[in-house]
Design a binder for this molecule. Structure first.
Ligand code: UDP
Ligand code: MG
Length: 309
């Protein structure tokens, strides 16, 4: 029987952890595979670790990796993928927004030859209009800007064959946008559709500022377009500024100098200043990330590892 590793990053999820385990167990016991569950505790400060340890004691198929602090979901996922041993792995959120019932479908597609099976949301229930709108804008934007096709409205929920997850392991960049990395490796990919349910319990760990950072990480690690954009805008403005300068010189030569030039001067100075700061900001976003990459720090640190049996 093939073995499937189920990788679940968790951060302060005591309300939903056991619920998730029960529903997953139900689904997996009906399917004809060997399976194991690997929780990655991403520095939780509530009772999450205790719950995981209880599950581990009660059911040998449950293992865990406990990270030394909260590194963020992308790093927790990386830790899980690094420790996988199965013929395929499934990445899933613990909050039951990704229904475990899709896993048998994913496995069936994998057995028919696909290396990556990803689940795309048809509907997202229980999320605010603002979150849905910004998410949809983000996916459209990043696909316009990047040469890698990143599936729209698709989270991390997916199955990766051993071939695919071994390839993902090779990507050690420290600015990690996992959805992009999953797409980057290529191989034969299959999409399946589902309706996303609201969270079963607990709260979303994201807020506007973490999502903004996440979006910038995604865009900067998959596209140079913003840098080129800065160049284009800079050159266009420079051309206009040059023409305007010529006009002013000509006017002064023909009509003499008229003192009241303050408004136009202010407009030009402020406009060019704004453009320069924007361009610098864009360069800064990339430079900061290069700085971080250069340090080559480990992506995460493991405090404790208990493999599933
Ligand atoms: N998560 C994590 N580390 C974090 C934030 C989240 O491991 O720093 C996990 C979280 O426990 C959950 C998954 O990532 O299993 C998705 O998080 P959440 O439901 O908060 O995200 P949303 O569905 O709102 O995008
Ligand atoms: Mg969620």
């Amino acid at each position: 029987m093939p073995r499937i590793d189920i990788i679940v990053p968790v951060f302060n999820e005591q309300e939903v952890l056991v619920l998730f385990y029960q529903r997953l167990k139900q689904v997996m016991e009906d399917s004809e595979v060997d399976w194991s569950l690997l929780f990655v505790n991403d520095g939780s400060t509530d009772q999450t670790q205790e719950s995981i340890e209880n599950l581990h004691t009660a059911d040998g198929r449950v293992g865990y990796i406990s990270l030394s602090r909260n590194f963020g979901k992308e790093y927790a996922l990386t830790a899980g993928i690094d420790h996988a041993k199965g013929d395929a792995l499934v990445v899933i959120d613990v909050d039951l927004q990704d229904p475990p019932e899709l896993i048998p479908d994913m496995i069936a597609h994998w057995q028919s030859g696909y290396d990556v099976v990803y689940a795309t949301r048809k509907e997202r229930h229980g999320e605010s209009f603002a979150k849905k709108a910004t998410a949809s804008l983000f996916y459209r934007l990043i696909n316009m800007m990047s040469r890698i096709e990143i599936p729209k409205d698709t989270g991390d929920y997916r199955l990766l064959s051993k071939k695919a997850y071994t390839a993902v392991r090779e990507l050690r960049e420290s600015n990690r946008f996992m959805k992009g990395l999953f797409a980057w490796v290529g191989y034969s990919q299959k999409q399946i559709l589902f309706d996303r349910e609201p969270r079963a319990a607990g709260n979303s760990k994201w807020n506007f500022s973490t999502l903004w950072r996440f979006a910038l990480d995604g865009i900067t690690s998959f596209s140079y377009l913003p840098l080129r954009f800065a160049t284009w805008i800079g050159s266009i403005v420079a051309v206009f500024a040059f023409i305007y300068g010529l006009v002013i010189i000509a006017k002064t030569l023909i009509f003499g100098s008229d003192v009241p030039g303050y408004p136009s001067l202010m407009v030009v100075v402020l406009f060019i200043g704004g453009v320069q700061l924007t361009a610098l900001g864009i360069i800064g976003e990339y430079l900061g990330r290069m700085f971080q990459e250069n340090k080559r720090r480990p992506l995460y640190l493991v405090d404790e590892y208990q493999p599933p049996e």
